[in-house]
Design a binder for this molecule. Structure first.
Ligand SMILES: [Zn+2]
Length: 386
């Protein structure tokens, strides 16, 4: 039995494993009838009643009256989680900005803020985080947890950021430092894995025990769920597909690799390639995308190469992990529209010959989803101790 649930609980609830299973099942798949919950979790009706009673009394579960016809002798009212029962703050740190959202239990964003980072000194960043957490806290309704995500090596089971190259941090006990400043349990996660957590419980991953998320934007990232478990790996180092070599005659990445995925498909690399080829250094990524969409041959070639690189990355991830689907997302996923053909051709070419190409779902992206993912990472840690 583990103590969970927030300081905001007026009735403290201690979660048994069975209570946790029922709560997560309803959180992710609810509302569900009692009969359906019992069937899914192989519980007897009386065991289910024993499990749900304290959760209903404490206001975490609601019986949604009127949504199901009553059966003779034993009315069956679907159960659902009261999403407003707990609140989380998710924060995404980039090299120069802090994005934060407050969410409810089902990761619905209620409020969001963005701030430029004053610098990378930890005391400054911690101060900014504390200010934002204060701003997003509703008086009288304490937060259940704060999640912080960043591009780097971090995992919810560890209070230390092992590496965060864009922020120049290594071996930094950020979770403890923030927790001390805001007096709310605080967890860290890699940004792509946190985004994968949000897809797992509240997005395209619902109903799939194995799937992968591949992101494209300033870098190329990957998160993997295998057998309902989000893979964290050693100290959070997983999904490192960005520097996978595509072609040893390709462009150089900033780490000096020739022809890695990042050198082909990250937004800075695409912009740089087109700007250099056309000798127009001021072109933005969006300019380049518009040129490719309009049929400009140089821009088209660069985006086709990027699409092919992404197709190869997705095929490789699928060959290794065998997911039911791959979700393709990230800040520049809208570029898929101009390179879909090259992507699909590479996906087919690099998929192992004994299998069929994985189903790919292209998921439009909004920047606040990074911070929302951090909130879900905190929620999953609270419930599952991930
Ligand atoms: Zn590289």
């Amino acid at each position: 039995m583990v103590p969970v649930f927030s300081q905001s609980a007026s009735v403290p609830v201690r979660l048994t494993d069975a209570m946790r299973s029922v709560f997560v099942e309803l959180l992710v798949h609810g509302p569900l009838s009692r009969a359906e919950v019992a069937r899914r979790l192989a519980l007897s009706p009386s065991a289910l009643t024993k499990v749900t009673k304290p959760l209903i009394e404490a206001g975490y579960l609601l019986e949604a009256a009127g949504e199901s016809p009553a059966t003779v002798g034993r009315p069956s009212q679907p159960l659902r989680v009261d999403a407003s029962r707990m609140a989380f703050v998710g924060i995404k740190l980039t090299e120069d900005e802090l994005f934060a959202v407050r969410t409810d239990l089902r990761a619905t964003i209620q409020k969001e803020v963005a701030r430029p980072l004053a610098g990378h000194e930890i005391d400054d960043v911690r101060g900014q985080i504390a200010d934002v957490v204060g701003e997003l806290t509703v008086p009288g309704r304490p937060l259940s947890a704060v999640g912080i995500s960043l591009a780097g090596t971090a995992t919810p089971s560890d209070p230390v950021v092992h590496t965060a190259p864009f922020l120049g941090w290594s071996q930094l006990p950020l979770a403890e430092m923030v927790e001390e400043a805001v007096s709310v349990p605080t967890v860290l996660d890699n940004d792509v894995r946190a985004l994968t957590a949000a897809q797992q419980w509240f997005g395209e991953g619902v109903g799939h025990s194995s799937f992968a998320l591949v992101t494209v934007g300033a870098g190329i990232g990957c998160g993997v769920v295998v057998g309902d478990r989000l893979v964290s790996g050693r100290s959070g180092a997983t999904g490192l597909v960005g520097h996978l070599q595509i072609d040893d005659r390709g462009p150089l990445c900033e780490r000096g690799h020739r022809g890695c995925a990042r050198a082909y498909a990250s937004s800075p690399a695409i912009r740089r390639s087109i700007a250099a080829a056309l000798d127009q250094p001021d072109l933005t990524f969006d300019d380049c995308l518009a040129m490719a969409a309009g049929g400009h041959p140089v821009a088209r070639r660069v985006f086709d190469d990027a699409g092919a690189a992404l197709g190869q990355v997705v095929a490789t991830v699928a060959n290794i992990t065998g997911p039911e689907l791959v979700v393709l997302s990230g800040e520049t996923v809208h570029m898929y529209n101009v390179c879909a053909e090259a992507f699909q051709a590479a996906l087919i070419r690099h998929t192992h010959w004994t299998t069929t190409p994985v189903r790919v779902v292209v998921k439009p992206f909004a920047f606040n989803e990074w911070a929302r993912g951090a909130a879900v990472a905190a929620l999953q840690h609270l419930l599952l101790h991930r």
